[in-house]
Design a protein around this ligand. Sequence first.
Ligand code: MRU
Length: 347
Amino acid sequence: MAIETIKWVSGCARIIDQTKLPNKFEYIYCRDVATMWQAIKRLSVRGAPAIGVAAAFGVLLGIQKFKGQDKPKFLKLFNKTCDYLATSRPTAVNLFNMLNEMRAVVAENPKADVPALKKLLHKRAMEIFKEDQKVCRTMGDHGAKLIKNGMKALTVCNAGALATVDYGTALGVFYSAKRQGKKFSVYSCETRPLLQGARLTCWELLRQKINTTLICDNMAASLMAKGQVDIIFTGADRIASNGDTANKIGTYMLAVLARHHSIPFYIVAPRSTFDLKIKSGKQIPIEERKSDEVTHFAGVRIAAKGVKVYNPAFDVTPAKLITGIVTEHGIIHPPYVKNIYENLPTR
Ligand code: MRU
């Protein structure tokens, strides 16, 4: 059965509550923008492309109850809704890029009245949803060319169907390779502190009958030293114009290890994850989350009381450690400063 991470269902946004997986499969029905904001913040819906779609749907939720024809009032609500959604999480640029797509609908239709704008915004949000489905499959097919029979791949966090509308970025590569009949296996890093690897990646790879082995994050180096990893694929939350890439905390560590062990390290991400306004990863805002994600495990305190905690949700992998970036426009190789601009459309 396909995984429908996020879907617009008769006037509300239905999302799979990822905080409950893999033990419970439950939907959240977001009928107002505050519920969507909370769902993004709490990671019920997560993963950069899925957050982008959630933001576009969030805009629809924010404006749908507006009655009447007063355009200045409508625009005030629209802008307030976009600004509010933009405060939910700071790192995944898909959130801001998709809000900008929605803002562009308003900017590009200055003569449209309120009902027309509502219709146009609805249309754009549905296009954003469908574009994600399409680009993920295209990226998967490009990336699958890198997978050879017998390979042992490694991934971190969850860059799968659950991080997108229904297919995935890094895991989409595995789904395409499997469809092409290739035989390979995948190591999934558990991804402390919130265990997106153990909970989500393993759940969805096993559903797709992909040969999957779970490891703790600190086992990656010894696995590589034993020659057990042939290739690494991860997703991304924001890629700067020089190729520096923010992704789940622990990704940078894997890239350093990959270079030491001469293992190819690929990022898989759509155009909507690129931030071409920034020059390098130094300009990427890194989300810091609450300390209880580290001090507690499944609600039980595991850390000594009173200890200080550092809990950044993402790190930045320098471009020089990245073998290639798989996008819907093909695989981009170094030098990234030149090749990103040459291979990607500006918007
Ligand atoms: O904190 P999360 O779970 O939203 O972090 C997600 C990741 O880091 C993913 O690897 C990234 O968004 C790519 S998803 C296709």
